[in-house]
Design a protein around this ligand. Structure first.
Ligand SMILES: NC(=O)c1ccc[n+]([C@@H]2O[C@H](COP(=O)([O-])OP(=O)(O)OC[C@H]3O[C@@H](n4cnc5c(N)ncnc54)[C@H](O)[C@@H]3O)[C@@H](O)[C@H]2O)c1
Length: 250
C-alpha cells in the first residue's frame, strides 16, 4: 500500500488532500497541531476503510517533525508522497510587523517545508524507490496585498526551495513540485465545531474567469496530478481559476 504524508491535513485544503489520496488507496499520515481536527479526519478516513494515522505535530518544531516521520515510517511505511501543506499567515502593516512574528511564519511555512522534506527524503533515499514531494505555495508568491510580507516571503521561498530540491533530489528519483493556489474557500472543510456555509458576492465570483471561488478539492486534484506526473519536476503550478491572469482597469 502506498503512503501519503500530509502536513496541516486536519482542516482546509490539507483535509481535502488527505481524502483525495485515501480515495486512491493510499494510507494517509496527517501532521497537525489541532488534535480535534486531526482526529476527525483520521476517523472519517477510517470510516471509508482507509488506513489513517494522525500525529499531533507543529512543523515549526524539529522534534515534532522527527516524531511524526518516525511514527509514519513505523506504522504505515516510508512515504511515497509528501505534501507540505501546513501554512499560517499574518496580516500586519509592514511598519508594525514584529521580527518574531515574521520568524514564526517563516519557521512554519518555509523552514517546516524544508525540514519535513529533508526528514522524509532521507527515508525515500534509503529505501531506494524514489518518491514525490508537493509543496503548497500561493499566488501571493508572485503578487501582494499590503501588509502580507511574512506570508508572501515564505511562499516565494517555497517556489525557490521547490526547484532547489528538485535539482538536488532528482538523481535519487524524487520529484519536487509546488502548487500555487489562488483564493480557496475553506469554510466547509474546517473541523466540525468551526465549519460553516461559505458566502460569496457576485463580485467575488466574477473576478475569477472560471466564475467561482476555488474549493479545497480543486487543489487536492492538482496536488494528486503533480504527485504522479512522472516527467514534471521543479515546477510551480498556479491553480487560481484564472484570477491572476485577469487585468483589472477601474
Ligand atoms: N485558502 C486559501 O485561499 C489559500 C491560498 C493559497 C495558499 N494557501 C495555502 O494552503 C495551505 C492550507 O491553507 P488552508 O487555507 O487550508 O488553511 P487552514 O487554516 O484552513 O488549515 C490549515 C491547517 O494547517 C494546520 N496547521 C497550522 N499550523 C500548523 C503547524 N505549525 N504545523 C502543522 N500544521 C499546522 C492547522 O491546524 C489547519 O488544520 C497553506 O499553506 C496556505 O498558505 C491557501
Amino acid at each position: 500500500m502506498k503512503v501519503a504524508a500530509i502536513t496541516g491535513g486536519g482542516q482546509g485544503i490539507g483535509r481535502a488532500i488527505a481524502h483525495r489520496f485515501a480515495e486512491a488507496g493510499y494510507a494517509v499520515s496527517i501532521a497537525d497541531p489541532d488534535t480535534q481536527a486531526g482526529r476527525e479526519v483520521a476517523a472519517a478516513l477510517a470510516e471509508r476503510r482507509a488506513k489513517a494515522l494522525f500525529v499531533r505535530t507543529d512543523v515549526g518544531r524539529d522534534a515534532d517533525i522527527r516524531r511524526w516521520v518516525a511514527r509514519t515510517v513505523k506504522e504505515l511505511g516510508v512515504p511515497d508522497v509528501l505534501v507540505n501543506n501546513a501554512g499560517i499567515g499574518r496580516s500586519v502593516p509592514f511598519l508594525k510587523l514584529r521580527p518574531r512574528d515574521f520568524d514564526r511564519v517563516i519557521a512554519v511555512n518555509l523552514r517546516g517545508t524544508f525540514r519535513c522534506s529533508q526528514e522524509v527524503a532521507r527515508h525515500m533515499v534509503r529505501r531506494g524507490r524514489g518518491g514525490s514531494i508537493v509543496n503548497i505555495s500561493s499566488t501571493r508568491a508572485f503578487m501582494s496585498e499590503p501588509g502580507t510580507e511574512a506570508y508572501t516571503a515564505s511562499k516565494g521561498g517555497i517556489v525557490a526551495l521547490t526547484h532547489g530540491m528538485a535539482v538536488s533530489l532528482g538523481p535519487q528519483g524524487i520529484r519536487v513540485n509546488a502548487i500555487a493556489p489562488g483564493w480557496i474557500e475553506t469554510a466547509e472543510w474546517k473541523k466540525a465545531s468551526q465549519a460553516k456555509e461559505p458566502r460569496h458576492s457576485k463580485a467575488d465570483r466574477e473576478q475569477h474567469p472560471v466564475g467561482r471561488v476555488g474549493t479545497p478539492p480543486d487543489i487536492a486534484e492538482a496536488c494528486f496530478y503533480v504527485a504522479h506526473a512522472g516527467f514534471m519536476t521543479g515546477q510551480t503550478v498556479t491553480v487560481d481559476g484564472g484570477m491572476t491572469v485577469k487585468m483589472i482597469y477601474e
